[in-house]
Design a protein around this ligand. Structure first.
Ligand code: SIN
Length: 485
């Protein structure tokens, strides 16, 4: 069925390279995971196309970088306003190509636009410094300058917001930007490009290079010496490869990688609030989110109060096409994602876990999977060690604070954690002990443009959003002046 949009110009099927809309000699299909139907065909671009996007970005950077931050901010604010004006269409394109419920897609567009706004404003506060010198004839001044050309590689799970979170600080600080969106979700990126052009972002400042050759396109971004920074959201495995590829030029890097978030419910928690938070932290985007609760730890005394309530609420979530009213759980993005979820559940069941609800594909077929809650989950099961990226909640019981801190930290990842308690001493102890970059305390929703998003350990380097986010796109240069007195 054709996609219903108010502005069909937003369903752009050409790549946007070096300020020009480009058809491809070859194209690839964009598939709706809910229906398995082809939505559009998009150009299969090559490393040579990435190169021409980089050349244009390199040329455009000087002029873009010499605009005042207020001038760049004004253009970015026009882009943000256009995103919000066209939010419904952008959300429909997003749901069609990646499956998330339309209400969540609408939320993602607003979330994405908030990064453009935040950084448009924040760039005006990219302060340098004046440092008291050690000698009376010296003056020390610190400048902040744009890094240069930025290469971006982003995933399918947040096809708008993950780009917005990178392009916002890049453009605001005076960098230019070459984006390689996921081959599963190029249409959301191209719709952003249409609006960027309408907002007046100058030619060459921003390119979107579509294609399925993830390795070839990524290699060009990481090894082209004109690119001074690479920013990536995706798996830890790919992050390691990109880091190695960027090593030769010592490029600046931001990596937002895998997670394995613990969600801890202490015995003094407000159970209803914890259930509500767990539903959000677990099932947002059908569990396909780096910060999703991957392991749920419940203190023994409240297991019987928490687990049945959470299982009943999980079972009540409506599985379906993201476009259908009331859908809470859309399809998994592809067969590979489904196979991983099935493998984790099977492994847990074979090793002694017990199902409270779900545990199988939905009767809708395709890649739909029922929200699933498991109990009697123990160390040694894959589901606790790896990121499941699906609507499966494994519950582990624990007795003491020290035990659960050790369990929560027993992972190579360190992106997000969540815990529920009403005790202040416990709050501080746990918050300081958890090894991760983000903690939700009595809340399951932690993402906002105002706060620094990013991980520790194998979950990455750098922070996105907040007052810290701009620094990742700027160099610090210091001037040492002998004033001759
Ligand atoms: C992610 O999955 O990496 C992004 C999630 C978010 O921004 O909340």
């Amino acid at each position: 069925m054709p996609l219903q949009l108010n502005d069909h110009g937003l369903l752009e099927c050409r790549a946007f390279v070096a300020g020009r809309w480009r058809e491809g000699v070859r194209t690839f299909a964009v598939i709706n995971p809910a229906t398995n139907e082809e939505i559009a065909r998009v150009p299969e671009m090559t490393p040579a196309d990435v190169r021409s996007a980089i050349d244009a970005a390199y040329l455009a950077q000087k002029a873009w970088g010499s605009l005042s931050s207020k001038e760049r901010g004004a253009i970015l604010l026009r882009w943000q306003a256009l995103m919000l004006e066209n939010a419904e269409d952008l959300a429909r394109i997003l749901t069609a190509e990646m499956g998330k419920p339309l209400a969540e897609a609408r939320g993602e567009i607003v979330y994405g636009a908030s990064f453009i706004q935040w950084f448009a404003e924040e760039a005006r506060r990219a302060y340098g410094d004046v440092i008291p010198p050690p000698q009376s004839d010296r003056r020390i001044i610190v400048l902040k300058q744009p890094v240069g050309v930025v290469g971006s590689i982003t995933p399918w799970n947040f096809p708008n917001a993950m780009i917005a979170r990178k392009v916002g600080p890049a453009l605001a600080s005076g960098c230019t930007f070459v984006s390689r969106p996921s081959e599963k979700t190029p249409l959301s990126a191209l719709a952003m490009a249409v609006l960027a052009e309408r907002a007046g972002i100058p030619e060459g400042v921003l390119s979107f290079v579509t294609g399925t050759d993830a390795e070839g396109l990524g290699l060009e971004l990481c090894t082209n010496p004109k690119v001074r920074k690479v920013t990536f959201t995706g798996s830890t495995e790919v992050g390691r490869i990109l880091w190695r590829q960027c090593a030769h030029d010592i490029k600046k890097l931001s990596l937002e990688l895998g997670g394995n978030a613990p969600f801890i419910v202490f015995d003094d928690a407000d159970i209803d609030k914890a259930v509500e938070g767990a539903l959000i932290a677990k099932y947002r985007n059908s569990g396909q989110t780096c910060v999703c609760a991957n392991r749920i730890y419940v203190q023994r005394g409240i297991l019987d109060a928490f687990a049945p309530k959470f299982a009943a609420a999980s079972a009540a979530l409506k599985v379906g096409d993201g476009m259908a009213p009331g859908t809470a759980i859309g399809p998994l993005v592809d067969a590979q994602g489904l196979a991983k979820v099935e493998d984790h559940v099977e492994d847990a069941l074979v090793k002694g876990a017990r199902l409270l609800t779900g545990g199988r594909r939905s009767s809708l077929g395709g890649t739909f999977y029922e929200p699933t809650v498991l109990v009697d989950v123990k160390s040694g099961m894959k589901i606790l060690a790896e990121e499941t990226f699906g609507p499966v909640a494994p519950i582990v019981v624990f007795d003491s604070i020290d035990e659960v801190i050790a369990l929560a930290n027993d992972t190579e990842f360190g992106l997000a954690s969540y815990f529920y308690t009403r005790d202040l001493r416990r709050t501080w102890k746990v918050a300081e002990a958890l090894e991760c970059g983000i903690i939700g305390i009595n809340t399951g929703l932690i993402s906002t443009a105002e706060a620094p998003f990013g991980g520790t350990k194998s979950s990455g380097i750098g922070r996105e959003g907040s007052k810290y986010g701009l620094d990742d796109y700027m160099e610090t240069k210091y001037l040492c002046m002998d004033i001759g007195v």
